[in-house]
Design a protein around this ligand. Structure first.
Ligand SMILES: Cc1cc2nc3c(=O)[nH]c(=O)nc-3n(C[C@H](O)[C@H](O)[C@H](O)COP(=O)(O)OP(=O)(O)OC[C@H]3O[C@@H](n4cnc5c(N)ncnc54)[C@H](O)[C@@H]3O)c2cc1C
Length: 427
């Protein structure tokens, strides 16, 4: 089968890998000059099965209102004259309910655990060939720290759901947090931590290094990786798409997979399909490891909505969510607020703050916080693998493998029903 994959972020490259692994003839098309240069470039680095609870929830509308006017607030809405934004916001708001959130946790968790297994299998394969994928991986777990009794209590209840679904998260006292991650010492001494959930089996790693190395790996497997080409339209033939057109060429294929991140919605519209994927802008800050104690375990600060991860000799801090269209401009006040949030509980990182590298990326967000995986609608041979939002690194490999199985007629190892586009049919 000739497979065309549009987009070489983490989702597209893992998709190309899974089809190539099953013996298909794959062409990977990317508008940028290489793989992983858009949202997969400098994210929060967490491969966090314990972090899959979707963002929309009952507390979100009030928090959003409270943060609305603050330039340093973790959430910001800039209303645009754009019906796509309003419809997306409406759908998002409708899912700010406990029942909607709970519905998503188990499917997301299963996909995260499957991703972990697929990444291990991929690592083993390339290791055996003498071309290991090196991506500054850390296997020190992820700690979610809480500053307030109420949020800690709610999180402990949520951990029960995860445990029943097969993910072990330990409930830690503030003292135990520091035993696991000494970099939290200053926050503990100040009395700033009430407790934490610790998922020891979670990992972190640089998504860009991984995407780039896997793109090189799939090229060695025979995938044709074409960069600097923007897919402009689909070439329809009857109820199928015969190929895709860029400015200068037609690429023919039997199957087209749309894995174009925040570019997916515009492309899908051309096939007559509306997919509710809208950008949610976030910031990251990367620091070199300085002389102070730098963390090895990744830390999620639930109140400040930021994550801190170790990447080799670097520390990555990420956070903020802005609904503001497709603009990736760095606003220094917001970028600094992410850094300051981390310095507040890890002040020892301040000695390297002047070396900070700032970045923004657009999370391809669906209104319910789960990706959209499966057949696209009007054309029988167009498939979607997009909308991974805040979890693209955590869910990419599993999404890719499950989609490849579905397309190739094998039974996917996880149930893809919860990820179908059809779930948005009515709202
Ligand atoms: C601040 C921040 C922190 C995050 N932290 C985490 C985290 O800790 N853990 C986690 O799991 N996830 C995290 N994420 C989310 C994760 O980074 C994304 O979900 C993931 O990178 C999306 O991957 P993607 O391949 O779908 O999109 P992208 O990486 O954006 O790739 C899409 C590709 O498609 C290409 N493209 C688009 N349109 C076309 C076209 N017409 N023709 C050709 N090519 C096209 C683009 O150039 C791009 O390279 C974070 C995101 C942000 C912004």
């Amino acid at each position: 089968m000739r497979v065309l994959v549009i987009g070489a972020g983490i989702v597209g490259v893992t998709t190309a890998y899974e089809f190539a692994e099953r013996g298909h003839d794959v062409t990977l098309l990317e508008r940028r000059e290489g793989a992983g240069l858009e949202t997969s470039y400098a994210n929060g680095a967490q491969l966090g099965a314990g972090e899959v609870t979707p963002w929309p929830g009952p507390e979100v509308p009030l928090l959003a209102l409270r943060w609305m006017g603050r330039p340093d607030g973790p959430f910001r809405l800039r209303v645009k004259p754009d019906p796509e934004q309003w419809i997306w916001l409406w759908r998002f708001l409708l899912r700010c309910r406990n029942s909607a959130r709970e519905e998503r946790v188990l499917p997301n968790l299963q996909l995260a655990l499957y991703t972990r297994a697929r990444m291990d299998a991929v690592a083993e394969k390339f290791e055996a060939q003498g071309t290991p994928i090196l991506f500054d991986e850390e296997r020190a777990g992820i700690l979610q720290i809480f500053h307030y009794d109420r949020s800690f209590k709610e999180a402990v209840e949520g951990a029960d759901v995860m445990r029943r679904a097969g993910l072990e998260q330990r409930v830690l006292s503030a003292r135990e947090c520091v035993d696991i991650e000494p970099a939290l010492g200053p926050a503990y001494q100040r009395g700033g931590i009430k407790g934490a959930l610790y998922c020891e089996t979670d990992r972190t790693g640089d998504a860009y290094l991984y995407t780039k190395a896997l793109a090189e790996g799939v090229t060695r497997m025979g995938v044709r990786f074409v960069t600097g080409v923007e897919v402009e339209r689909f070439e329809a033939r009857g109820d199928k798409v015969a190929g895709v057109r860029t400015k200068d060429a037609l690429y023919e294929g039997d199957i087209v997979v749309l894995a174009a991140g925040v570019g997916s919605a515009a492309l899908a519209r051309q096939t007559g399909v509306r997919i509710p994927v809208y950008p949610l802008k976030g910031y990251s800050v990367t620091l070199p490891v300085g002389s102070g104690v730098a963390p090895h375990a990744s830390v999620t600060d639930e109140a400040r909505k930021i994550v801190v991860s170790r990447l080799g000799n670097r520390v990555r801090i990420a956070g903020t969510a802005e609904v503001c269209g497709y603009d990736t401009k760095i606003e220094m006040a917001r970028a600094r607020s992410v850094l300051d949030g981390a310095l507040d509980f890890m002040p020892q990182l301040s000695d390297v703050a002047d070396k900070a590298e700032y970045w923004t990326g657009l999370r391809p967000m669906s209104p319910d916080g789960s990706p959209i995986i499966g057949q696209a609608g009007r054309y029988s041979n167009v498939y979607l693998n997009t909308g991974h939002g805040s979890l693209g690194w955590t869910l990419a490999s599993g999404s890719a493998a499950a989609l490849a199985d579905l397309v190739c007629g094998s039974t996917p190892q996880i149930d893809l029903t919860p990820f179908r586009l059809k779930r948005f049919a009515f709202v």
